[in-house]
Write a protein that binds this ligand. Sequence first.
Ligand code: PEP
Ligand code: MG
Length: 573
Amino acid sequence: MSMKIKGIAASDGIGIAKAYLLVDPDLSFKKTTITDVDAEIARLHEALNASIDDLKTIQQNAKGSLDDDTLAIFDAHITILSDPEMIKQINEQITSKKENAEQALTKVTTDFANTLAAMKDNKYMQERATDVKDVSKRVLSHLLGKKLPDLAAVDTPVIIVAHEVTPSDTSQMNKKYVKGMITDLGGRTSHSAIMSRTLEIPAVVGTAEATQKIKNGETLILDGLNGEAISNPSEAEIKDYEKQAQDFEKQREEWAKLVDAPSVSADGKEFEIASNIGTPADMDDVQKAGSDAVGLFRTEFLYMDSTSLPTEDDQFNAYKKVVETMNGKPVVIRTMDIGGDKPLNYLPLPEEMNPFLGYRAIRISLDRQEIFRTQLRALIRASKFGQLRIMFPMIATLDEFRKAKAIFMEEKEKLQADDPGLGNDIKLGIMIEIPAAAIFAEAFAKEVDFFSIGTNDLIQYSFAADRGNESVSYLYQPYNPALLKLIKHVIDSAHKEGKIAAMCGEMAGDEIALPLLMGMGLDEYSMSSSSVLRTRSSMKSLDTKKCAKLVANVLKDSLTNEDTKKMVKKFLK
Ligand code: PEP
Ligand code: MG
């Protein structure tokens, strides 16, 4: 019998493939006393060898799809599995204590990991603690005869079914085989949802029950357009969705014809439709989409993909590649937005009750200035190769912007000693994603060069609703007049001072929001590359004067998110 699972539509498209459950099996075991020591040691060594074989196979399969840094992790794991001291200790534990291999392995590897984790000043060793735990889990799975999921080993079409998908999971995904993903957790603007759009993988998030309801290996239809999935579909359902997938592909082909077209409204007003990116590797998609700019480079992914702080040169090379690829078109690079739901293993941050309201983004940058200054230097140097703009995230007060700007000026002056004039063209802007900054936009507009409205956080903070928590996802209300008023105030404040008003939150690529934002005169719309051509196509049919009237009517008559939605839908008909 087929079964429907509902969630939140997070990334467009339809996928049909076998379900791949990304859930660890139950690895619990009983401690027992063994009688045949030799047999137990032989069992241990079989499991160790099988684990090494696993890792070598995965590494081999992943060559070509994973970068060298990720591939090197497998080498590190193989080295741990062959560590003579660790193996000796496990053998001894079995021999002297007569413990079963599962218990001996767990005892010794836990001790090893704890010792490594305790080396407070040695980040490298602390990371090895995580590696030891990972490796131990793999050996244990072999001892218990249970299979661990291995994303990097996937070599047939699948739909990932997971509680949550982390950036490290996505870095191991081969786009060729992953036809979709469905998760228990997350909202439309959670980072796993944003990543699925960047990777152009259809996705449904926030189902609360996908991992419980869907069985490994059963056929699954994933409908990322409507936010639902069907497990064990009938032949008729499969046929129907195959047709829908084909129609969607045809529509995509139509949109693709606009790749070199300008982004203009029906009445000839020019706008900028830009891409949000996480790494230089996303530039292929930016070019395929024919984006007018990069409106948001989330640089924290450079920090998250690395095992230690990226150096000035590493960053310089990444930024240079992006600005060079854009060939003179604007590139907005945001300084790191670490914290919240984006932690860094090697930069231990204090445990917080409310990480989204805590030590994150510009707050860390202003506090840990050595990290911030390194990033600014890399940015200033890269500005030589194109039109680079710098944007500060999570600005709440004017003081924060002024401090960040002063540090930028200091680094620029230092670099100008060797290269006069370097960085003088850089525009400095801020994210408007904290309500205090939005309300006070008129003051900020006098001091910054541009705004970019981060609606993912602005909505989260305005409605006090965690963006990653599906239980409160009904409060993600981009069309609520309270929010629309705030956005209009930000855009008007920018324009009064002759500054650019952009938006880089997910709302910028939302079809219902588009006529409202055009009616308010938003200059730049930055979104996942996968939404750029669809938006350009919709923009072509919208008249800005009619959109402005729609905005006036909405602000006069709408009292709720739903009211606005109805009014816009009627307008679009
Ligand atoms: C936002 O908050 O809208 C935004 C674009 O930034 P991020 O999603 O990275 O928090
Ligand atoms: Mg944000």
